[in-house]
Design a protein. Structure first.
Length: 129
């Protein structure tokens, strides 16, 4: 009888490490920080510094998702947007959903989904200039 494979060598651990790497890159590009174990532990849902998002900048709170090359798609869940919006409102931040599409050779494309009301304000300011 063989012993079970250690969790650190499982597929989920590899996914976790790649997601962590993507969150760090996203945070760096936006001048923010990755929120460690955001929502991943029982106590983190009640901790305002980690609840509701994966990346935080001075303006944004971002729930980040990574799309693997073999999947190629992301099913958008309303709960993600609700969670990040509620947490962002508590901290006077703008909620966002960040998505990194991976290719077999690294990054393919990154996107940020923002509330329409915020985009309208940005467009209004650009038109004023």
């Amino acid at each position: 009888m063989s012993s079970p494979e250690p969790k650190t060598f499982g597929r989920n651990y590899d996914r976790y490490k790649r997601s962590t790497k993507e969150e760090k890159l996203f945070a760096k590009r936006l001048g923010g920080d990755r929120l460690p174990r955001s929502g991943g532990l029982a106590w983190s849902s009640s901790d305002p510094t980690t609840a509701g998002g994966d990346v935080k900048s001075s303006e944004l709170l971002i729930e980040h998702k990574r799309v693997e090359p073999d999947t190629g798609a992301l099913k958008l869940r309303r709960g993600w947007l609700k969670k990040v919006t509620e947490a962002a409102n508590r901290g006077n931040l703008i909620p966002a959903l960040g998505v990194s599409f991976e290719s077999p050779h690294g990054h393919d494309r990154e996107w940020v989904l923002l509330p329409l009301s915020f985009v309208e304000r940005i467009i209004g300011k650009l038109r004023e200039e």
